[in-house]
Design a protein around this ligand. Structure first.
Ligand code: 6R9
Length: 656
């Protein structure tokens, strides 16, 4: 960590906001002072500015630490806010979503009126299938407009949705469906990925095969038209259900604290946590941040967030933030290299994108591909760039600014989490003098600090743990079905402070630099993966005795999964006989992909005779990280058996 700290301290380049940009920016300097003077009053004002309430609230915050209620006696409908009210205001013809399918030329422009028609029918269709307020609905879809429509329809009727990333396996889907007790699953026959139609519904069938789930119906969107297995009586085509449903649906008012969604994220234990968010506070902060941080001007911008809807970034900054503001946005189905490596920039040129929000891992990939690729496209429409998901290295930041932003666009490096619901730390693009690689300071209305082991703020120039010091509207309300785990995970490390799990430092100006996770959670291409979860998957393979997983620094993906595996002796003997060490590695990688999903597949698996452990039996991942990153192995004095590291290194140099 100290090496990283020193490198970052040497960063002295700064970029003031362009005056033209500053003169019409939504986020202004005075917001900081206003929020500081009256925290609750500030948020009450944002809640009324960005959200329409069916019943106004009389009270802003109930804080029974660590349990918060925001705007509790207010009532609203999130879907009405994201859709109906824009039509009522005469903006029905405005494009809400310029949808771009992966196959070239496969596009759809969806206006707010189109969206209005769709969410009403979808809400009625869900009700016709028996979904009632409070029932949960799992959504397992590719990046097609129906994903947003499905989420909004659930929100409309008050059925919390649980979106499961389409790249997750049947097993991962099963455990999430099970934990949330979903009544309906919304999926599709398939989706387009790297040039071909790949099936999706078979994973749902496999997840439900266990026969022990709460799922009554499966709604299937026809996306690819490929042959799809069908269970009569359970499976229903989305288009048929919508056609049969009533065309009108009045959006009912829900309590501000009514659950809006559950989203699973990796924790330090094997079991993913169902982070749950409620309606009023979440909607307020996602819309407010989309306005002041991304500087979205709904009447003139074309905004594009490249995240998948299965992650929180897609929830807050594709669905709830921009649509609540009434913005026009691009939604893209595919990968950045299909059918060519300039696809993103072609979309920027064609749709005249003005605001682009993407992840450092994507930026590093584009850097690797070379700047002549974006150089072929006209990207002069861009006026703001954003980054999210992991620390952005200063060089990637500079490349992003110069090559993509033409040296003219401010960059906002936004720090937040599934748990925080919306952006917490970021420059305001019309106010902040930005620094390459730093998320800088808490946005107006948010309290963040870097503290030492004793919860004391560190002086400038020092590192520690990132904490949040005040309740915020979009904060998670808990872990689904496990209030104790909520307290324990986030509120027990430091008295009265929210512990984010990230290391950070303050530079000499007091600006915050994020340094990555301090727990056993990895960040691979902006996706959070738990070491424990992958270890459990490896150990579930019959040939594996033990496994330890570490996140090794990787130039492109930020971190990469590296696994150390001890094989069962029968497997070792077999492999030796057949000379198939390489086959086992391939088999294990495939196994992890099947258990969790392809994103969790280890970059490398090293077969080792032993693992370094402390006397109390804890695996010392720090030492394995040294090996994975080809470093001299650090202090081994706390190892139960200090010869183990030698054994591992000798084994590796023999090429096993
Ligand atoms: C939004 C999102 C959260 C974790 C978080 C941190 C890392 C996110 C970052 C960042 C440095 C940034 N992270 N944004 N690190 N700079 N701008 O990514 O949510 O998937 O829950 O991940 O991602 O480590 O704790 P989530």
């Amino acid at each position: 960590m100290s090496e990283t700290l020193e490198n970052l301290l040497q960063e002295t380049r700064t970029f003031p906001p362009p005056p033209e940009f500053a003169s019409r920016a939504n986020g202004t300097e005075d917001l900081y002072a206003k929020a500081e003077a009256d925290h609750e009053g500030f948020w009450a004002e944002q809640a009324r500015k960005y959200v329409s309430w069916s019943k106004d609230f009389t009270h802003t915050l109930d804080w029974d630490a660590p349990f918060a209620k925001w705007f509790a006696d207010g009532e609203l409908n999130a879907c009405y806010n994201a859709v109906d009210r824009h039509v009522e205001a005469g903006n029905g013809d405005r494009v809400a979503i310029h949808w771009v399918g992966e196959p070239e030329g496969d596009t759809r422009d969806i206006t707010y009126s189109d969206l209005h028609a769709a969410v009403q029918r979808a809400a009625n269709a869900l009700q016709d299938l028996g979904v009632r307020k409070g029932d949960t609905v799992a959504i397992y879809l590719p990046m097609i407009p129906e994903a947003a429509i499905a989420m909004l329809a659930c929100a409309r009727i008050g059925a919390p949705h649980s979106v499961v990333f389409g790249g997750f396996s049947a097993e991962a889907l099963h455990s999430r469906i099970d934990d949330a007790g979903a009544k309906v699953v919304i999926t599709s026959d398939g989706g387009y990925r790297r040039g071909s139609a790949s099936p999706l519904k078979p994973a749902v069938d496999a997840a439900l095969d266990h026969g022990d789930t709460s799922v009554e119906k499966v709604l299937v969107v026809k996306r690819t038209g490929q042959d799809t297995p069908w269970t009569e009586g359970r499976d229903v085509w989305w288009h048929e259900a919508l056609e049969a449903a009533d065309a009108t649906h009045e959006a009912p008012a829900h309590e501000a604290e009514h659950p809006l969604f559950i989203l699973y994220t990796s924790g330090t234990t094997g079991k993913p946590k169902g982070i749950f968010h409620t309606t009023g506070g979440y909607l307020t902060q996602s819309a407010y941040t989309n306005a002041v941080v991304h500087d979205v001007h709904p009447e003139s911008d074309v905004y594009w967030c490249t995240a998948d809807i299965g992650w929180v970034t897609g929830h807050s900054y594709i669905v709830y933030g921009p649509l609540t503001l009434g913005a026009t946005q691009v939604m893209y189905e595919g990968t950045p290299d299909t059918p060519h490596q300039g696809r993103f920039w072609e979309i920027v040129e064609q749709k005249k994108v003005t605001i682009l929000y993407t992840a450092p891992t994507a930026i590093r990939t584009f850097m690797k591909w070379g700047e002549d690729i974006p150089g072929k496209f006209d990207m002069s429409s861009l006026r703001l760039l954003g980054s999210v998901g992991e620390p952005i290295n200063p060089e990637a930041w500079m490349w992003y600014r110069r090559v993509i932003g033409g040296d003219r666009c401010p960059i906002v490096d936004t720090w937040w989490q599934t748990e925080t619901g919306a952006i917490m730390i970021s420059p305001l693009p019309g106010v902040t003098e930005t620094k390459p690689g730093s998320a800088q300071r808490a946005i107006p209305g948010i309290g963040a600090e870097v503290v030492d082991d004793n919860a004391q703020p560190v002086p400038n120039g020092h590192g520690g743990y990132l904490v949040l010091t005040k309740p915020w509207p979009a904060m998670l309300r808990g872990i689904w079905g496990d209030p104790e785990r909520y307290k324990e995970t986030y509120w027990s490390r430091f008295e009265g402070l929210y512990f984010a799990g990230d290391g950070a430092k303050k530079d000499n100006d007091g600006d915050i630099w994020l340094l990555g996770r301090v727990d056993d959670v990895m960040n691979v291409s902006g996706h959070r993966l738990s070491t424990t979860e992958i270890e459990s998957a490896l150990v579930s393979h019959p040939k594996v005795a033990e496994a330890a997983v570490v996140g090794a620094t990787d130039e492109t993906t930020g971190q990469a999964v590296v696994a150390f595996v001890i094989l069962r002796s029968e497997a070792v003997a077999e492999a030796d006989e057949a000379g198939e060490g390489a086959d086992i590695v391939a088999e294990l990688r495939g196994h992890v992909a099947k258990e969790i999903g392809p994103i969790a597949k280890p970059r490398s698996i090293m077969i080792v005779p032993e693992l370094p452990k402390t006397r109390s039996g804890k695996i010392m991942r720090r030492l394995l990280r040294d090996v994975a990153e080809n470093r001299q192995v650090g202090d081994v004095t706390t190892l139960a058996d200090s010869s183990v590291m030698e054994l591992i290194k000798t084994g590796l140099s023999k090429g096993t």
